[in-house]
Write a protein that binds this ligand. Structure first.
Ligand code: BGC
Length: 441
């Protein structure tokens, strides 16, 4: 029975979790990340060779979704599996994805399918990858999108085109993710290419399946100057905000790629039936810092409490609200889904606290009129966290990587309760009575 104090979400709200193929499937050795991993670039020399063995255990994992009372699930389809060589379709791999989707539908779980979640086929990278904008080269991506949309028509209604163009760009800035380069001009070019790929995916899917709902996924990055009194830090922060957020919003609204002034790509305009918003943390920036950004472990509150272990990310629930509002102001008439939000921590009670604080902020945005239709927690299971390997644990479900045993964490139970009630139930709110966590600036 609903209680007066419950914080209730709109009817039909989707409660899901999100994953990505390379981070959980295992055996994705036809892509650029696998090459990057083989260079010994990953913490503890980890690799995604086995990951969560989800390719073989997906039914068990989808049963977990049911146990978490989820009615939606965001997954990605690995381009390099479906097209291991240019123009050569691997029908068996494609059929495997169809089986996965069927298993979700059997469980009454609405699938959201991502077409590009950080990994690219090796053969496509050998042709220049994101730095090559030749029509013929980009046509390969269109072929992949066409095949997926034709195959899944009638089964999948929601598609995410590109996951986080701004984070893809980091592979050309920090050198810590694939392809491991440090070149700002290349980064900006790669960012622009991902935007073009978004337009390609949008038009491809809509021409195959006009009823499908298609949207990009943008990671809203909140940036803060390391020293609020320093003009240099403020300028650098403003520049970073343009690269991480402004350039992407401008591309989608005006069809202009980053730094493009006179010409434009009109095919980019009106290419979102919904906006996917990812939100994790904020970063403090300064040109004087070795890594340009200061890790949260150095921050007075979070660092001291040792809460932001592994990744050093400090949560910022209010920032989540600001991120939602920013995207809403940019696209006021387009519905929104929170396609990722979560925290990498071994302290599961901290995960629960952070989850609840973020959901309160999400609800606040809804009450102020933002049309948010679903929330996908990152992630269903602990998984391969890119350059950080298996150390950061984001799952609602614990994975023992030696035995592949899955165990639902207490945060998973809390999420199941929330999803079932379609509310933050009073009983849960009572358990976490503190104010929303606020970082110190
Ligand atoms: C990415 C995920 C990643 C998560 C946590 C997001 O930026 O889409 O692939 O695991 O953040 O780092």
């Amino acid at each position: 029975m609903a209680q007066k104090e419950d914080i209730v979400f709109p009817k039909g709200f989707l409660w899901g979790t999100a994953t990505a193929a390379h981070q959980i499937e295992g055996g994705t050795t036809n892509n650029n990340w696998w090459l990057f991993e083989k260079e010994g670039t990953i913490k503890n020399n980890d690799s995604a060779l086995v990951a969560c063995d989800h390719w073989n255990r997906f039914k068990q994992d989808f049963d977990l979704l049911k146990k978490l009372n989820c009615n939606a699930y965001r997954m990605s389809i690995e381009w390099s599996r479906v097209f291991p060589q240019p123009g050569t379709l691997d029908k068996k791999a494609l059929d495997h994805y169809v089986t996965m989707i069927n298993e979700l539908l059997k469980r009454k779980i609405t699938p959201f399918v991502t077409l590009f979640h950080f990994t690219l086929p090796i053969w496509w990278c050998n042709e220049g990858g994101l730095l090559n904008r030749d029509k013929k080269h980009l046509e390969h991506f269109k072929q992949f999108c066409d095949v997926v949309a034709k195959t899944l028509k009638g089964k999948v209604k929601f598609y995410n085109t590109i996951n986080e163009p701004s984070i893809v760009m980091l592979g050309y800035i920090t050198g810590t993710s694939a392809p491991g380069q440090k070149n700002m001009l290349k980064a900006i070019k790669a960012l622009g290419t991902t935007m073009l790929m978004h337009a390609i995916a949008y038009h491809s899917i809509k021409s195959v399946d006009p009823d499908a709902k298609v949207g990009i996924v943008h990671n809203v990055q909140i940036t803060k100057p390391y020293n609020p009194d320093s003009i240099m830090d403020k300028l650098f922060t403003a520049f970073a905000d343009y690269c991480f957020n402004g350039a992407i919003i401008r591309s989608l609204k005006k069809g202009k790629l980053p730094l493009q002034i006179f010409s434009s790509h009109r095919e980019l305009i009106n290419t979102n039936d919904f906006i996917g918003v990812n939100f994790y943390n904020f970063i403090r920036l300064s040109l004087r810092l070795k890594d340009l950004a200061v890790p949260a472990t150095d921050n007075p509150i979070c660092g001291k409490k040792g809460l932001c272990v592994s990744l050093g990310w400090e949560p910022y629930p209010e920032g989540f609200y600001l991120a939602i509002k920013r995207m809403h102001n940019a696209f006021p008439h387009i519905p929104m889904y929170i396609t990722e939000n979560g925290i990498g921590t071994n302290d599961d009670s901290w995960r629960q606290r952070v989850l609840i604080d973020h959901l309160k902020m999400l609800h606040k945005a809804i009450t102020e009129g933002v049309d948010i239709r679903g929330y996908f927690y990152w992630s269903l299971i602990d998984n391969f966290e890119w350059e950080h390997g298996y150390e950061p644990r984001f799952g609602l479900v614990h994975v023992d990587f030696k035995t592949q045993k899955r165990t639902i964490k207490p945060s998973g139970m809390v999420y199941a309760h929330i999803a079932k009630s379609n509310a933050l139930p009073a009983a849960i709110l009572k358990k976490f009575p503190e104010e929303i966590y606020k970082p110190q600036f």
